[in-house]
Design a protein around this ligand. Sequence first.
Ligand SMILES: Cc1cc2nc3c(=O)[nH]c(=O)nc-3n(C[C@H](O)[C@H](O)[C@H](O)COP(=O)(O)OP(=O)(O)OC[C@H]3O[C@@H](n4cnc5c(N)ncnc54)[C@H](O)[C@@H]3O)c2cc1C
Length: 369
Amino acid sequence: MAQNVVVVGCGVVGAAIAYTLSQNSQLNITVLDQQLPARASTGAALGVLMGVISHKKGNALQMRLRSIQQYNEWIPQLEAATGRPILYNRQGLLNLCFEGEDLTTWQALATLREQQGHTLNLLNCAELSNRYPFLNLARVIGAVHAPSDRQVDPAALTLGLVEAARQRGVTFHWEAAVNDIQVAADNGSGHAVRVKTSAQPFPCDWLVIAAGLGSTPLTQALQQGVEIRPVLGQAARVKLPEPLSLSDFPAISGEDTHLVPLGGNQYWVGATVEMPTGDALLEASELVWKQVWQRAIAFCPALEQATVLQQWSGLRPRPVGRPAPIIERLPGYDNVILASGHYRNGIVLAPATAEKVQQMIQADALLGV
Ligand SMILES: Cc1cc2nc3c(=O)[nH]c(=O)nc-3n(C[C@H](O)[C@H](O)[C@H](O)COP(=O)(O)OP(=O)(O)OC[C@H]3O[C@@H](n4cnc5c(N)ncnc54)[C@H](O)[C@@H]3O)c2cc1C
């Protein structure tokens, strides 16, 4: 018999879960979001997908690499299914290295990645100025380029996942805030039976909480509070009088500041990382934004001529006292899965997160639970 899966939250994580689970015709999937899709953290993100270029190891690295591999397949599938293009930069990622940085760390990482079967190229300043003449290399001592890493437009991606999942039978409800979860006790462990919005109840065999910052109150309602707090990020979309280059080039990072080419003469620049202090409300700091903007101008001086078309801030969901992300069964419950708290890496980790959720649900189906 078909099982009802209710996913709460339709940022990139909830949408990726819905799309992945929709391959299974035995699952009846409903996604609920209190607003429209991709409006929270996902709508603010720059979509930089750091895999080979990241210093991660073990499972954290594997999840990133698996996700990027999955995106290489998903993007053409979603474009074909929806008829809408999704900005997906296949030029890799370029990270600039500055005076004072130890290049041997990058050399060691490049050697390790080669042993693992991946490519990470070190570029000297002559190669950099030849390939990317618009860069100011005054303080730059070299760069690393990961040709297989990517960048994607997070909102277009999420909307594509929603549309393609809908075509495969997933039901979406917008402006449907979950305000109650009804629970039954089953063999000593809790079991979510129904999720309620103000409009209607939704019966569930599985409940997946992918609500980003909204996951904290939902887990508290289940007496298993998981604390996830916001870290603010500011970014901007800018337009230059002329494109920086006539050929495609990768998203470029310098001192944790990204320059993302959007096509034509438009670019994203960002993002700040602003931590909460105490219980004070997190507000975007003009000073911190200026620091990021100045760092971008320092390596790409043409930005001084830019017109800012749009500037925004978003809140990254960061777990408190434990590493990001959280992908696990909620303790005390046999059918509640938490897929949340992806902090700075929700876009790059969404496909691998969805795969893990799928494995948890399928493992139980095989065991006949
Ligand atoms: C400026 C900025 C830049 C970033 N850049 C990158 C990047 O380059 N690469 C990267 O990988 N990551 C990046 N991130 C991080 C990334 O955006 C997040 O990790 C990711 O979007 C988290 O996705 P999510 O689906 O878990 O959460 P969200 O996108 O926040 O979605 C959660 C959803 O749950 C809904 N919800 C909450 N509570 C309820 C409820 N009770 N009922 C119904 N719905 C509910 C919300 O409305 C929301 O739509 C960036 C973030 C910011 C702010």
